[in-house]
Design a protein around this ligand. Sequence first.
Ligand SMILES: Nc1ncnc2c1ncn2[C@@H]1O[C@H](COP(=O)(O)OP(=O)(O)OP(=O)(O)O)[C@@H](O)[C@H]1O
Ligand SMILES: [Mg+2]
Length: 212
Amino acid sequence: MLRVEDLRFAYPRQQTPYLFSLDARPGEVTAISGPSGSGKSTLLDLLAGFLQPQAGRIDLDGTDLVPLPPEQRPVSLLLQSESLFEHLSARRNTGLGLPPRTPAAEAEPKIAAALAEVGLVGLGEQVAATLSGGQKQRVALARTLLRARPVLLLDEPFSALDDATRRAVRMLVGTLTARHGWHTLLVSHHADDIAALAQRRYELVEGRLVAA
Ligand SMILES: Nc1ncnc2c1ncn2[C@@H]1O[C@H](COP(=O)(O)OP(=O)(O)OP(=O)(O)O)[C@@H](O)[C@H]1O
Ligand SMILES: [Mg+2]
């Protein structure tokens, strides 16, 4: 269980601080909506450790994540335009989810299994620059699989995809979340993404998360 408890944060010169509280269960997608500028990406940055709160806890199964630097947090972040290395193959981009210097004999079967799980069999050698938007998001999900981090943060991850691709990729997110017990937090402006995926919903209103 991921429990954000009275997480307080203000940017310099911000009058009223954000005060975030939410619960997210493993194997479920928790949606966060709210108008542009309401603080959704700020919340994800706090969870990822890119911003430090002034008070509060981010409790994951009894451990407070707040003192941990970003690289030590059990958190993966997936953005709208994916941060793949464009000149590397799908296979090598996926392999970046494994610890550095994992022996090839151990890495290769894991990479192949992850690519298969996201539906990219046969595309492992293709350079990322030549993949479609949906295929890139699948590679990013394969890399997330190998990272095996239980919290997945998605910030408008489907925005750049056409309708059919967005439906396929979001279904994959739901399947992987349930199968691997991820706590997936989905920031989206799209009511249909939220309706299709989320078991739990919050709306960001005046700096607070309100169960919706
Ligand atoms: N580094 C910063 N310094 C000061 N203010 C910031 C900073 N980053 C964001 N803000 C402000 O904080 C508010 C929340 O920004 P945030 O990016 O979290 O909104 P959002 O809900 O993700 O919006 P969108 O839906 O447009 O992505 C905005 O008013 C923004 O201008
Ligand atoms: Mg944002």
